[in-house]
Design a protein around this ligand. Structure first.
Ligand SMILES: *Cc1c(COP(=O)(O)O)cnc(C)c1O
Length: 411
């Protein structure tokens, strides 16, 4: 596997046109009805799930963290393909409760769960990943008010970090989870409360492309779970080992060596099964399942030259796709893979060359491609931003400047 190079997208190009869900992009745009839109390719989502199933140990369950892409059609599609969902808000919980996923395969993580969200979770019967002692006390109280005994897993802020991660979410002082050294006391309190202990959730980071770093974190996660289990008020029935599998976005990014991660997990499972005989083992993935299956498509409204530089002004921009503009957590702005989706390489009579793709917002931050080989694009052409299936519209400031929201389709 190699990174989808800017000129060779992982989606097929037939007659110089990108095909998404089997349709030429211009035809798909007509079918959607207007630009800008996001298209998610269900066959590519399925291929990713199949690849994971083929390499990971069979009894390691695959959960989807829906914050990566909460589009209801995508979540419904994945309901039949993954073993569980992880949600991070009451809104996401409503989305997954519309699917046929059994409630004991739904877990709810995230700091600052409100009392209303904890009531929702208790009433639904899902597993709550406790992020603080306050959540534990509140959930026990609202559970008792409802005559229910909520199932809880303790989200642990580990005493190690996931190295080389795009986003560190564990180790050191963090707002996520309960610090590992305070977990024994929290477990003792769970024993006294009307809560059913279910297991541990240890999520240390996201967007990691380094197999060695993931393997090291998974090994330390299992060690930590073994230590903590000694104080558990009951058998560990759920051991969520986190996720963090990254996807390549930028030039020079190399895809994750899934085979190496899978081999290490396969080697670790016999001892893990022995030590946690009643546990369901879970990997919780977001962008790895959906990120490469999505494309953001906008139309060139204007082609301007300014002092020797070509600007393609499109009807889409950072208000729909903050991360491609470089403003969602990146330190140094880099280009996503971007193509002229309906005419991938220049045709006879085209002016080739370098161009930047910008959006209609009145801010210099609204930049989708900085000086790439897109200069052959004409007004009316379709600009496709690849690797856009995760953290797209739901992670972008749609109201900024009052343009219409992006449409979303699953094809
Ligand atoms: C955000 C998040 C995920 C998903 O992260 P990806 O990088 O999309 O895989 C999984 N679990 C938790 C707890 C999260 O907060």
């Amino acid at each position: 596997m190699t990174q989808p190079a800017h000129a060779e997208p992982a989606f097929p190009v037939i007659d110089n046109q990108l095909r998404i869900g089997g349709l030429p992009l211009a035809r798909l745009a007509e079918r959607v009805g207007r630009t800008p839109f996001y298209a998610y390719d269900r066959a590519r989502i399925d291929a990713r799930v199949a690849e994971l199933r083929a390499s990971l140990p069979a009894d390691l369950h695959l959960h989807y963290a829906i914050k990566a892409n909460p589009m209801p059609a995508v979540v419904q599609h994945l309901a039949a393909r993954v073993d569980g969902f992880d949600v991070a808000s009451g809104g996401e919980l409503r989305t997954v409760l519309d699917t046929p996923m059994p409630v004991d395969r739904i877990s709810f993580a995230g700091p600052g769960k409100s009392e209303a969200e904890l009531r929702q979770a208790a009433a639904a019967g899902i597993v709550v990943n406790l992020e603080s002692e306050r959540e534990m006390e509140t959930l026990a109280r609202v559970g008792a008010e409802l005559g229910l005994r909520p199932r809880v897993a303790v989200r642990v802020n580990p005493d190690f970090e996931l190295k080389s991660s795009g986003m560190k979410m564990g180790g050191g002082p963090k707002q996520f989870g309960i610090d590992a050294e305070r977990v024994p006391a929290a477990l003792a309190r769970i024993r006294q409360l009307p809560l059913t202990f279910h297991g541990f959730h240890i999520f240390s980071g996201a967007q990691n492309l380094k197999a060695e770093a993931l393997i090291e974190a998974q090994t330390k996660t299992l060690e930590l779970a073994r230590r903590l289990a000694a104080d558990a008020p009951g058998p560990v029935r759920l051991l969520n080992l986190g996720g963090g599998f990254g996807i390549p976005y930028f030039p020079g990014d190399r895809p994750l060596d899934l085979a190496a991660v899978a081999a290490s997990l396969t080697a670790a499972m016999p001892a893990a099964r022995r030590d946690f005989p009643e546990a369901e083992f879970v990997l919780e993935l977001g962008r790895y399942l959906v990120g490469e299956a999505g494309v953001y498509v906008s139309r060139v409204i204007d082609r301007k030259e300014s002092r020797g530089q070509v600007f393609l002004v499109t009807d889409g921009g950072l208000h729909h796709h903050l991360s491609a503009s470089g403003n969602f957590g990146q330190v140094i702005r880099k280009n996503y893979p971007v193509l002229v989706g309906n005419r991938v390489v220049p045709e006879a009579g085209d002016e080739a060359g370098i161009a930047s793709v910008v959006g209609p917002l009145c801010t210099p931050l609204d930049l989708l491609a900085d000086r790439m080989e897109l200069g052959h694009a004409r007004v009316g052409d379709l600009i496709a931003v690849l690797q856009s299936g995760a953290y797209g519209p739901s992670a972008s400031p749609a109201a900024f400047l009052g343009h219409p929201p992006a449409l979303e389709v699953l094809v």
